[in-house]
Design a protein around this ligand. Structure first.
Ligand SMILES: NC(=O)c1ccc[n+]([C@@H]2O[C@H](COP(=O)([O-])OP(=O)(O)OC[C@H]3O[C@@H](n4cnc5c(N)ncnc54)[C@H](OP(=O)(O)O)[C@@H]3O)[C@@H](O)[C@H]2O)c1
Length: 335
């Protein structure tokens, strides 16, 4: 097929949503665009959060198999140890490495500790992947007074990125955040970002947090772009993972045969991580190795000026929330 016909098929898939997000997307697009095999990643220093399950686990496995030095962040120490031990033979065979770091990203004191640990352990960071996340159906307020979804998807990524800036600058590093199709339903509004018990709806909190990540990504590019850091978003499509089974059981059952494998879900993430970020415009949302729109509905769009003002306001708001959480009585990091 000519490249114009390929573009047309790709655009039709994107417009159909189901064609794009399910396994049809990568199955067709890999042929249309002649996807290359991943490049070796020897010596690439990668940090990935949420690496004990689903997409994060698969990405860690692929990257270790390509020879990368992968730092896996997980909240459950025993589960993390099991995953890291399981990756050791692969690491040995491919001259990569797997190292575990325990952190519950819903607790900012834990994230502060993680930042210190990573500053010491990884002086040069090539790729920082914010993957940890969950669609929580029930409202949970953390011991630091934060709604959990917001803490995990927005505040901890902000704290980690800013805390590891010097290490990212040293590596001319990429920051890649795992987004979701959920963001297409929400317009950014700082006033409603932190939901209360009375207003909480899991799908809405999740979508708002994912929308907020797009503004953080823009702000990281603005603040650190001239120091060589680039930030991108990646959408995995709809992939078969424990997270989807647990939080969306009906969706998982109905879509089951059409869901992507975890490997298809992380293809673009691994491709971004192992190719030169200088070849891409920063701040884009990637799906199936191509940049896609940040909006599908007119009602979720802000003007460029509003977007910029919102990103500045969000950053200031995050700084306040982080300071408040860390100043809670008895909230000193435990080690
Ligand atoms: N699968 C999809 O179709 C899909 C679609 C769109 C976006 N995503 C995004 O992809 C990412 C990975 O999701 P997944 O489908 O692979 O789900 P998953 O199988 O549930 O994996 C989520 C990972 O995040 C970790 N995590 C959750 N809360 C955490 C916390 N407070 N502190 C530290 N780690 C935490 C989990 O730890 P445990 O192992 O301890 O549970 C797990 O390792 C998420 O950001 C999700 O929003 C997935």
């Amino acid at each position: 097929m000519s490249s114009r016909s390929n573009d047309l098929v790709d655009r039709l898939l994107e417009a159909s949503v189901i064609g794009s997000f399910t396994k049809i997307g990568p199955t067709v697009r890999r042929r249309l665009a002649h996807w290359q095999k991943f490049e070796r990643a020897t010596g690439l220093h990668v940090i990935i959060t949420g690496a004990t399950s689903g997409l994060g686990l698969k990405a860690a496995e692929l990257l270790v198999g390509l020879g990368a030095e992968v730092h896996l962040v997980g909240r459950n120490e025993a589960k993390l140890r099991g995953v890291v031990d399981g990756l050791k033979p692969l690491a040995k065979a491919h001259r990569g490495s797997a190292t575990g770091h325990v952190c519950d990203l819903s607790l900012l004191n834990d994230t502060v500790k993680l930042v210190s640990e990573l500053q010491r352990a990884v002086p040069i960071i090539d790729v920082l992947i914010h993957n940890a996340g969950a669609l929580a159906t029930a409202f949970t307020e953390t011991s630091e007074g934060l709604e959990q979804t917001l803490a995990v998807h927005v505040l901890s990524p902000e704290l980690l990125t800013r805390g590891l800036t010097e290490q990212l600058v040293a590596g001319k590093g990429q920051v890649i955040t795992m987004t979701s199709g959920g963001l297409y339903s929400e317009r950014f509004d700082l006033a409603t970002l932190q939901m209360t018990q009375a207003t909480y709806k899991g799908t809405v909190a999740y979508a708002r947090a994912k929308r907020a990540q797009t503004l953080l990504t823009a702000k990281w590019n603005e603040d650190f772009g001239d120091r060589g850091i680039t930030a991108q978003l990646v959408h995995p499509g709809w992939a078969d993972t424990p997270g989807v089974d647990e939080s969306l059981p009906i969706f998982s059952t109905l879509m089951g045969p059409l869901l992507r494998s975890p490997e298809q879900g992380v293809d673009t993430l691994v491709w971004l991580a192992t190719t030169d970020p200088a070849t891409r415009r920063p701040g884009q949302l990637w799906l199936d190795r191509a940049p896609r729109s940040l909006h599908k509905l007119r009602r979720t769009k802000l003007t460029e000026t509003q977007d910029h003002a919102a990103a500045i306001a969000l950053e200031a708001w995050c700084a306040d929330k982080i300071a408040q959480a860390l100043s809670q009585p008895g909230s000193t990091p435990s080690a």
